[in-house]
Design a protein around this ligand. Structure first.
Ligand SMILES: C[S@@+](CC[C@H](N)C(=O)[O-])C[C@H]1O[C@@H](n2cnc3c(N)ncnc32)[C@H](O)[C@@H]1O
Length: 256
């Protein structure tokens, strides 16, 4: 939460503090690898938050509003919840960069995640946070969506076919409050090379994490935007592959 008297912090210092605070809870997650001194969840959080440009970008632009009820679809081990909590802590204790959007915070967080192991890791790490993160192990095609202000779907929709994508987007639209926001990251299938690289890496990572590798369904960026506009969203698209060979785009889709 950002107050008028929040002191300003440099962007570098803020991101360093947020990164450390967001990763810290995952140290508590036990696992086989801990036997040999490796805490998988913590390492995954550290690497993903540090190297995927989407997370810091969300904070710089203020894409995640304060005091939001957030639903994170395909949210894995709940990095978005950890990030929200870390932002609130850092803003309260150290301040927040004046050039960034208001520090985000959550009043509720629900992660809908297919893989039980990932949901369990999130729950173990984050169950004590004050906004009571909920991890629902379920298929997003059937899981009910609670009323919310923000829906986050990062790199997930391509796992289900186009009809299922459309049905889910309609339910997202219905779950969002007036002036709600969907943060949707997708691959742009019109960028043939970048999209193919994304798919190849996704398959390797999916298999390495012990998940079943299924076919994936993409669309050109223009088709994603058109679909969201048909649902009544105003869409702003941001390239989201800086420093990577992928074709990822973040769609910030707002209801008015
Ligand atoms: C590439 S990961 C992205 C994780 C997270 N959104 C992030 O950006 O860190 C995709 C996630 O979607 C989940 N997923 C795939 N199909 C799903 C489905 N039908 N229902 C719910 N989650 C699903 C996967 O298990 C995985 O955790």
């Amino acid at each position: 939460m950002r107050r008028d008297d929040t002191p300003s912090l440099t962007a570098t210092a803020a991101w360093r503090a947020v990164h450390a605070a967001a990763c810290a809870p995952y140290r508590a997650v036990p696992g086989f690898y801990r036997l040999i001194g490796m805490q998988w969840s913590w390492h995954w959080a550290r690497g993903k938050l540090a190297h995927d440009p989407v997370f810091r970008g969300l904070l710089e632009r203020g894409d995640l509003p304060p005091r939001a009820r957030v639903v994170d679809i395909g949210g894995g081990q709940g990095l978005i919840a950890a990030l929200l909590h870390a932002c609130e802590q850092v803003a309260e204790r150290q301040g927040w960069p004046a050039a960034w959007g208001a520090a985000p915070s959550a009043t509720a967080y629900t992660c809908i995640e297919l893989m039980a192991r990932d949901a369990r890791r999130g729950e173990t790490a984050l169950h004590g946070l004050h906004f009571g993160p909920r991890f629902v192990c379920a298929d997003m095609r059937q899981a009910p969506l609670p009323p919310c202000d923000v829906v986050v779907i990062l790199d997930v929709l391509h796992y289900v076919d186009h009809a299922a994508q459309d049905a889910l987007l309609e339910r997202v639209r219905a779950a969002l409050a007036p002036r709600g926001r969907l943060l949707l990251r997708v691959g742009d299938a019109a960028n043939l090379r970048g999209f193919a690289i994304s798919q190849w890496v996704d398959r390797v990572v999916t298999a390495a994490r012990g998940h079943k590798v299924a076919p994936s369904w993409g669309r050109p960026l223009a088709a994603w935007i058109a679909r969201l506009e048909e649902l009544g969203f105003t869409v702003h698209s941001l390239p989201m592959s800086q420093g990577t060979p992928f074709a990822n785009v973040l769609l910030v889709a707002d209801l008015t």
